[in-house]
Design a protein around this ligand. Structure first.
Ligand SMILES: O=C(O)CCC(=O)C(=O)O
Length: 308
């Protein structure tokens, strides 16, 4: 069990679904399989991570594609935010990693972690191994996959802003604990219980994720039973990140979530099935325009010489 400073249970979830933070003085509590640590990332590590972020060009993905069209009653739509993946890229239109059935043709080999992230991930893995029940750590578990989420405002042509700094309720299906580090404006992160689309979700637990904080969650309750979401991102500090320009977007929070995908389910682009290659080709080309790694991935491997 690890101290989850200022993590608090929603007082009256029945009466107050979807209403943002419950105004209660946050008590110090401990939860099994849940860690929240403020100031976990040092100022120096943050600087190094931001130097690295300055080399990335995040992309806006569409949720669906030619070979994975929207289901009935749904439309094609862009994700709410630009993203970048390290370790492997789970394109939205390939439906993300979702065991037990959705494990092939979903995770595409991506760039490795830079040294500052490798070092941090080792520290986080050690913390998790020391504090989590070993039964909640799948065989071979390590944090080899990272999703970088950019949160902020979309700026429209008439200069109108659309605050799209949130994530709807969902589960992360990668096995084992997920770790997340946050930078910039604080975000209201909520665990919610949901009984389907008809009834409103109930906030079970919520936490403001502060700049330089670490959050880890795992186990049946937080990973398998509850959903989680980012309800909103504050703007009180006035933070605006000037990284590589994301067209018509103003970033005020950046979050890294680290996950585990078994290596055997991560494949280079050219090993994806043809339809999946076709669906993500445009994204790969966009990434390749700024990254030697992705440019190399688009070069077909030399055909194997036939024996004899
Ligand atoms: O931004 C966050 O704190 C959480 C992001 C998240 O839920 C996800 O990437 O699955």
């Amino acid at each position: 069990m690890v101290k989850a400073s200022s993590m608090f249970k929603s007082k009256r979830p029945q009466q107050r679904p979807h209403q943002g933070p419950v105004k209660a003085k946050a008590p110090q509590r401990s939860f099994r399989n849940l860690i929240y640590l403020e100031n976990y990332i040092s100022a120096r590590e943050k600087d190094e991570i931001f130097d690295f972020l300055g080399t990335l060009y995040p992309i806006w993905e569409m949720r669906y594609s030619k070979h994975n069209p929207p289901p009935e009653n749904q439309k094609q739509r862009p994700l709410l935010r630009p993203v970048y993946w390290l370790g492997n890229w789970q394109f939205a239109c390939l439906n993300y990693y979702h065991p037990p059935k959705g494990i092939y043709d979903r995770c595409v080999t991506a760039e490795r972690y830079p040294p500052v992230i490798t070092h941090l991930v080792q520290k986080i893995e050690t913390l998790i191994k020391e504090t989590f029940d070993p039964r909640d750590l799948p065989r071979g578990w390590n944090l080899n996959t990272c999703l970088i989420n950019y949160y902020g405002d979309q700026i429209h042509e008439d200069d109108k802003r659309l605050d799209c700094a949130r994530v709807g309720e969902h589960k992360d299906f990668e096995p084992g604990p997920v770790a997340s580090i946050s930078f910039g404006e604080k975000a209201l992160f909520q665990f919610v219980s949901s009984k389907g689309t008809e009834s409103k979700s109930q906030v079970v637990l919520q936490q403001w994720l502060e700049d330089r904080s670490l959050q880890v969650f795992g186990g049946d309750k937080f990973k398998k039973q509850l959903f989680h979401r980012v309800q909103r991102v504050d703007r009180k500090s006035g933070i605006r990140y000037q990284l590589n320009e994301i067209e018509n977007f103003e970033t005020r929070r950046i979050n890294f979530t680290f996950r585990f995908v078994p290596d055997e389910h991560i494949v280079p682009y050219f090993k994806l099935k043809q339809t999946a290659q076709e669906d993500v080709r445009e994204y790969m080309e966009k990434l390749a325009s700024h990254s030697n790694f992705f440019a190399q991935q688009l070069i077909s491997p030399p055909a194997k010489k036939s024996e004899g």
